[in-house]
Design a binder for this molecule. Structure first.
Ligand code: SAM
Ligand code: DTB
Ligand code: SF4
Length: 324
């Protein structure tokens, strides 16, 4: 049974058409009713298997078929990942997210390493998140047993636009994995990318599907496309910051409980636009100079921004203290 309020596609269309500042104001009210508006969650990303991916996602520098600057690397060793997680914790992160450039998880020794990484990260008292591609129910259950807090699997865009961007899997494949993740009792981290050449209607459809997931995602990463040389979207026009802010505000209104995360693309988005995004309900960022393969603002720049806005880093939640 769905416990959260759901908005119809018509409602979302109407919200989308409202003046931006009205949408931001509405989102700010929803945000303040459900969250501490001066607190943000800091997360750190770590690529544990880089490049060489068989998929054809048009935005992705890690797809093997595109000539990009990304150097392929084999699976990282568990200790080096735990070392990075420790450092992320020292720098104030409460969530550590591990990403692999895979189409899907295979039942092999690499998956065993992932399970060890998850145990290690949870053992440090951090939330552990993974993004590894498609997942079976059995694999999701094993991740849950290892203590995984959340699984990131993005819908990216609307179902209609998806097939213009990715041809090697379907939207339904994404929904099936999200179902397996939820069935295993893992929180879902699910969001998308703005700037893939989508129409307003695609954005509305995307927000509709996303906010009708059952349960709603625990966290919603909103990425702005980072155009990477060598990918089919290398020359894509960037979206206006105000469009990015509108998507953040609407995500907040439609999914009041979720952590709305400013993800890829922050490096080229100015401080004032980010401040408006926080006003509109964003309450999480990735910190550290690297996302998976692309660049992110420096730790110092982010701390300076937080200081000037009076934002405090969220401390670990009690219920997420180490599991073992
Ligand atoms: N391979 C797994 C998958 O696709 O589910 C996990 C890693 S994948 C890199 C995670 C997410 O990063 C993608 O779903 C996409 O939303 C985002 N992403 C990848 N490249 C991006 C780019 N150039 N700009 C913005 N977001 C990007
Ligand atoms: C998400 O939605 N954004 C993060 C995280 N989930 C895994 C990844 C962004 C990747 C940006 C491109 C790169 O650095 O390779
Ligand atoms: Fe592979 Fe994920 Fe990149 Fe798609 S987004 S090419 S599945 S690493």
């Amino acid at each position: 049974m769905m416990s959260e309020q759901r908005w119809s596609i018509e409602d979302i269309r109407n919200m989308y058409e409202k003046p931006l500042l009205d949408v931001v104001f509405e989102a700010a009210k929803v945000h303040r009713a459900h969250h501490n508006s001066n607190e943000i969650q800091l997360c750190t990303l770590r690529s544990v298997k880089t490049g060489g991916c068989p998929e054809d996602c048009a935005y992705c520098p890690q797809a093997a078929r595109y000539q990009t600057d990304v150097e392929r690397q084999k699976m990282s060793d568990v200790d080096s990942v735990i070392r990075d997680a420790k450092q992320a914790k020292e720098e104030g992160s409460t969530r550590f997210c591990m990403g692999a450039a895979w189409r899907e998880v295979k039942d092999n020794e690499d998956f065993e390493s992932i399970l060890k990484m998850v145990r290690g990260v949870r053992g440090l008292g951090l939330e552990a998140c993974c993004t590894l591609g498609m997942l079976s129910l059995d694999q999701a259950k094993r991740l849950k047993e290892a203590g995984l807090t959340a699984y990131n699997h993005n819908l990216d865009t609307s179902e209609g636009h998806y097939e213009d961007i990715i041809h090697t899997r379907t939207y339904q494949d994404r929904l099936d994995t999200l179902k397996n993740v939820a069935a295993a009792g893992i929180s879902t981290c699910c969001g998308g990318i703005v700037g893939l050449g989508e129409t307003t209607e695609d954005r509305i459809q995307f927000l509709y599907t996303l906010s009708h997931l059952d349960p709603q995602p625990e966290s919603v990463p909103i990425n702005a496309l980072v155009p990477v040389e060598g990918t089919p979207l290398e020359k894509q026009e960037p979206v206006d910051n105000f469009e990015w802010i509108r998507m953040i505000a609407l995500s907040r209104i439609l999914m009041p409980q979720a952590m709305v995360r400013l993800s890829a693309g922050r490096l080229t988005i100015g401080r004032e636009a980010q401040a408006l995004a926080f006003m509109a309900g964003a309450n999480s960022i990735f910190t550290g100079e690297k996302l998976l393969t692309t660049e992110n603002p420096s730790w110092d720049a982010d701390h300076e921004l937080m200081k000037v806005l009076g934002l405090k880093a969220r401390v670990p939640q009690k219920e997420l203290e180490p599991v073992r």
